[in-house]
Design a protein around this ligand. Structure first.
Ligand SMILES: [Zn+2]
Length: 401
């Protein structure tokens, strides 16, 4: 394909934006439909069916149930020769809170961007791949999809997330979730305590040891947990106790190092009490830190400016959680910017944020996200130098990928 002239590029850009204007009402309806039908991780059947049917309606080649996950999907458009740009969708909700993280907007913005690029894809080298990723809220859909090869062959990937501010990136933490189980021996807690082995004490000793450890960890570490089983009755020495913890840090090596220290605390507690320890770290719970690609981030920022949207490059000091987009960002150049849907201070995972995800402001942000992602994708496909720079920046930070 010959290089794309400046005039041609301007024409493609106009057509991409016109497509989103034309589709705005339909996209809004899709977003509100997903919002009204919240589905939990890995059973987002209505949302996945809706989004895939909308891709097929515009001629995308769709594969459902990818990576052995029923509600994961990919939809392709464009030419096999040339680069592939991934646009990532999420669509899971929170237990008891519905779409209080606004993933209805994420899924629909990805669809809007994929549709818009499809309008001009025949005139571009390469393809667009919409990637439907279930279970971001703790299920680790993208962790499994990355590990099972779904992102192989993707040259760059992007998604958007709603927030209470416009923000290009924030430092998401590398995380491990660990389940501890202690097995002791039951006994009458008053009549024969000497015969018992107290599994709950092992959990308490783990807490104490971890709290002593905190002084000697980097300040970016977060360790937090709950006791999921603390015994059955006050007059029975607990023979079984369990707890779940998240162990997070700014990068994967330090989060792993901290996890190893955490396990030693639990082992010490088992030794001290005589209980037996079993611990489990699920593969899907290992969210990597997010490496936001600087070139893609700059491009996305330029698109926001073009759309008349002010934004921050990085947050004003608030803390951060973890996202499974982090795992994508460790294997493919990626961005995970945010657009404002709520008043400042209205946090994700609250009733107020759920309302914002169905509000007119929410839909406006979703459409702007679709516009900015579509224009960023257009840049990466139409201007090969930009994709080269993007990949070079990634390679410099990930020499082993
Ligand atoms: Zn979210």
């Amino acid at each position: 394909m010959p290089p794309i002239s400046a005039e041609k590029y301007a024409e493609l850009e106009r057509r991409v934006l016109a497509a989103i204007d034309r589709d705005a009402a339909e996209l809004t309806e899709i977003s509100l439909t997903i919002h009204a039908n919240p589905e939990l991780q890995f059973v987002e059947r209505k949302a996945a069916a809706l989004l895939t049917s909308k891709l097929e309606a515009r001629g995308f080649e769709v594969q459902r149930g990818v990576a052995e996950l029923e509600t994961a999907f990919v939809g392709y458009a464009g030419d096999n020769d040339g680069p592939t740009i991934g646009i990532v969708a999420e669509y899971d909700a929170l237990r008891g809170l519905g779409h209080a993280c606004g993933h209805n907007l994420i899924g629909t913005a990805a669809l809007g961007a994929a549709w818009a690029i499809n309008e001009v894809i025949a005139e571009l080298p390469g393809r667009v791949r919409m990637i439907g990723t279930p279970a971001e809220e703790g299920g680790g859909g993208k962790v499994l999809m990355v590990n099972r090869g779904v992102f192989k062959g993707v040259d760059a990937a992007m998604m958007f997330h709603p927030l209470d501010t416009n923000l290009l990136s924030t430092p998401f933490l590398a995380s491990n979730r660990i389940k501890l189980e202690f097995f002791g021996r039951a006994s009458h807690a008053a009549a024969s305590p000497e015969l018992g082995i107290n599994a709950l004490d092992a959990v308490i000793q783990t807490y104490n040891a971890v709290n002593a450890l905190r002084q000697h960890l980097r300040s970016d570490v977060r360790i937090h947990g709950v006791i999921t089983n603390g015994g059955q009755a006050a007059n029975i020495v607990p023979e079984y106790a369990s707890a779940e913890f998240s162990v997070r840090a700014a990068d994967r090596p330090y989060s792993n190092e901290t996890l190893a220290k955490f396990v030693r605390c639990a082992e010490a507690a088992a030794m001290a009490t005589g209980a037996t320890l079993k611990y489990t770290v699920e593969e899907a719970s290992r969210y990597d830190d997010l490496d936001s690609n600087p070139i893609m981030q700059r491009l996305f920022g330029e698109k926001l400016t073009r759309l008349g949207i002010d934004y921050l490059d990085k947050p004003n000091g608030q803390g951060s959680g973890s996202t499974d987009m982090g795992n994508v960002s460790q294997v493919v150049p990626s961005i995970h910017p945010f657009l404002k849907i709520a008043e400042t201070g209205v946090a994700c995972h609250t009733n107020g944020f759920r309302e914002a995800a169905a509000s007119p402001e929410g839909q406006t942000a979703m459409l702007n996200a679709a516009r900015a992602m579509a224009l960023t994708t257009l840049d990466l496909l139409a201007k090969p130098d930009l994709l080269r720079e993007t990949k070079a920046a990634f390679a410099a930070r990930h020499p082993n990928v």
